[in-house]
Write a protein that binds this ligand. Structure first.
Ligand SMILES: Nc1ncnc2c1ncn2[C@@H]1O[C@H](COP(=O)(O)OP(=O)(O)O)[C@@H](O)[C@H]1O
Ligand SMILES: [Mg+2]
Length: 299
């Protein structure tokens, strides 16, 4: 067996750390060992789609499904069609707003707080927040999602239909300052932990920190030891989300709310599924193990 991990060196650095932990070769197709590779892990990259045409290879996370997951609007549509709970959303499109989905009153104010978003994005840099009762103005957004007031936010990592790691998001002032100063920039950052390019003032970030819970606003992931503290729906929902997008593995961003469903369980919503999540430390070893298990199951 010749496994290989394909990743994009500039944008998916945790791929390299993972390949090293798995002790398998990595890189792009020009690399010699990729030619004979029969098991391929795509770390969030659609480079070399020709690989999919050589059917003797098994590819974990095929190019088509990575494209689907990275197109945030298309993936929300697919998830919703499969019954996975997602926030309300619609196109930022004049025609669609006429037919109703945009939660807008006759006087042009919004019935709900919404985020206007781009089809492709990472780290929440694309998000334009328009609050309830404010007048709606067009921005460069391609689509909108209804803002869900979070109770907690989680990232649930799924490999081969099983949850392997659960993380919860935490905020601290110190994290936010470090992010602003770029101090916590890792040598091998993952997407969520990557350096923060632009310098934005603290006041501005504070205004957005409760809405956009990402690293650059002072939020970071903490691995949970006790999964029983998670909302009961989070784990099955994450598994269904990864399956819905046709992925072999993925890290599902989940938001929980104060609302309860008919069974009295806390409601959860899927925000997105990441195909190259930032991972570091012990999580790298867990990933390496579970990816090996998945590969071996196909041997
Ligand atoms: N509909 C929503 N309701 C509430 N918070 C949201 C919503 N969509 C995004 N967010 C917040 O913005 C963050 C980034 O959004 P996400 O969809 O995960 O995209 P990305 O991480 O690729 O930028 C989320 O972690 C969450 O804190
Ligand atoms: Mg996210």
């Amino acid at each position: 067996m010749n496994p290989f991990l394909v990743y994009h060196p500039t944008t998916r650095p945790s791929g390299r750390a993972l390949a090293r932990a798995m002790k398998i070769p990595y890189g792009l197709i020009s690399h010699y060992s990729l030619c004979k590779a029969d098991k391929i892990i795509r770390w969030g990259t659609i480079e070399n789609p020709v690989l999919e045409q050589q059917v003797w290879r098994k590819i974990f996370n095929e190019e088509y499904n990575i494209r689907l997951a990275s197109h945030k609007y298309r993936s929300l549509k697919k998830l919703r069609a499969d019954g996975v709970p997602v926030p309300d959303f619609g196109l930022c499109d004049y025609r669609e707003s006429q037919s109703g989905p945009l939660p807008i009153n006759a006087d042009g104010t919004l019935r709900e707080t919404i985020f206007q978003r781009r089809f492709h994005h990472t780290r929440g840099t694309d998000i334009v927040i328009t609050k309830q009762h404010e007048g709606y103005t067009w921005t460069l957004g391609n689509f909108w999602t209804k803002y869900i007031k979070p109770h907690k936010e989680y990232r649930v990592h799924v490999i081969g239909g099983q949850v392997i790691i659960c993380q919860k998001k935490f905020w601290s002032e110190e994290n936010m300052r470090q992010a602003l100063a770029g101090e916590r920039r890792e040598e091998e950052p993952g997407d969520e932990l990557a350096g923060f390019g632009e310098m934005v003032d603290l006041q501005y970030k504070r205004g957005r920190k409760d809405f956009i819970r990402n690293w650059s606003n002072g939020w970071f992931f903490h691995t949970m030891n006790n999964w029983s503290n998670m909302p009961a729906n989070a784990i099955p929902t994450a598994i269904r989300a990864v399956e819905s997008l046709g992925l072999d593995f993925g890290a599902v961003d989940i938001i929980s709310t104060e609302e309860k469903d008919e069974q009295g369980k806390r409601k959860v919503y899927v925000l997105e599924v990441n195909t190259a999540p930032g991972i570091e430390g012990d999580s790298l070893l867990v990933y390496a193990d579970k990816l090996w298990e998945m590969i071996n199951a196909y041997a």
